[in-house]
Design a protein around this ligand. Structure first.
Ligand code: CUA
Length: 320
């Protein structure tokens, strides 16, 4: 029993926990959880206490009037009042969950199985495109507009806010107000096909000035290859036609089918939370794509030589 408790309680912390909130919406939800949990514990004790009382302590049969009063009072009036109270308490928390400022809007599209991310600063006529990671300024209320390409997904960063479904041809909204700097984990929370479990992302919360500098850097085109190996990698990238599906701003690659790779080396994870961002991980991803993410559209490039894969991995990892 004790061991079981420890196993369960270790799940209550960390970067993907509802009970370790780091954002305003998540704090509200955690508060609601604890109030409902405390209410449930009190009711459980009350009902079991009564049961114990009538079966062990006082087993005399009660009068008909008292029995009827208990059924009407305890069985109808009491639960109606308690449940209505808890329901209104929960509903009162709702209105403020959705409102947000308009300094920055994030648009996230659920793809199979990755996240298309666009940052729209106020007044911008085109977005700053990224993928598989979102970054947010601390203590700012940022609006996130959600949609999906083909099937329904669900956008969920437990430490920051509740879930919100993403539908094709429809837009849903969420407001995120992170209150703690850090890196949190998000996960698709609606079954969306074979690699649903491999559809995660990182949410990085940064102080506002750091965030502004980061966003400016993201808006810039990709850095040119820094060394000979990276140049070789770029040549392989172009020869294999990677640019038909992926964009690397500042190069002819402008595909929109897959994730934007302009600053892929600066992200925390590769393949939507599946691998770390290292040269070796890029090589693994390129040569074992279908094993790492079953059902993925991207073909495996296992026909490339080790030398070509290394160069390609080196080039991509250098796109900071
Ligand atoms: Cu996307 Cu599950």
């Amino acid at each position: 029993m004790l061991l079981l408790c420890i196993v369960y309680l270790t799940g209550c912390g960390g970067m993907q926990s509802v009970l370790d909130p780091a954002g305003k919406e998540a704090s509200t939800l955690a508060e609601l959880f604890w109030v409902l949990f405390a209410g449930a514990v009190v009711l459980w004790l009350l009902v079991n206490g009564l049961f114990f009382y009538v079966t062990r302590l006082n087993t005399r049969s009660m009068s008909r009037r008292l029995a009827e009063a208990l059924i009407i009072g305890g069985g109808i009036v009491f639960p109606t009042v308690v449940l209505a109270g808890l329901l209104s308490y929960g509903l009162m928390m709702m209105p403020e969950q959705r409102e947000a400022g308009d300094d920055l809007v994030l648009k996230v599209t659920g793809e199979q199985w990755w996240w298309r991310v666009e940052y729209w600063p106020k007044g911008a006529d085109q977005p700053i495109v990224s993928a598989n990671e979102i970054r947010l300024p601390l203590n700012q209320r940022t609006e996130v507009k959600l949609t999906a390409a083909k099937v329904i997904h669900s956008f969920w960063i437990p430490a920051l806010a509740g879930k919100m479904d993403m539908f094709p041809l429809r837009e849903t909204r969420l407001a995120l107000e992170p209150q703690r700097v850090g890196t949190f984990r998000g996960q698709c929370a609606e079954f969306c096909g074979e690699s649903h479990a491999r559809m995660a992302f990182k949410a990085v919360v940064m102080p506002e000035d750091e965030f502004d500098a980061w966003l400016e850097q993201q808006a810039a085109p990709a850095q040119p290859p820094a060394d000979e190996l990276a140049e070789r990698g770029l040549a392989v990238f172009q020869a294999q036609g990677c640019g038909a599906c992926h964009s690397v701003r500042g190069t002819p690659a402008s595909g929109r089918v897959g994730p934007d790779l302009t600053h892929v080396g600066g992200r925390e994870t590769l393949a939507a939370g599946t691998l770390p961002v290292t040269q070796d991980a890029f090589v693994r991803w390129l040569s074992e794509t279908k094993h790492i993410k079953p059902g993925v559209k991207m073909p495996s490039y296992d026909m490339l030589s080790r030398e070509e894969l290394n160069a390609l991995g080196h080039y991509l990892e250098g796109l900071r």
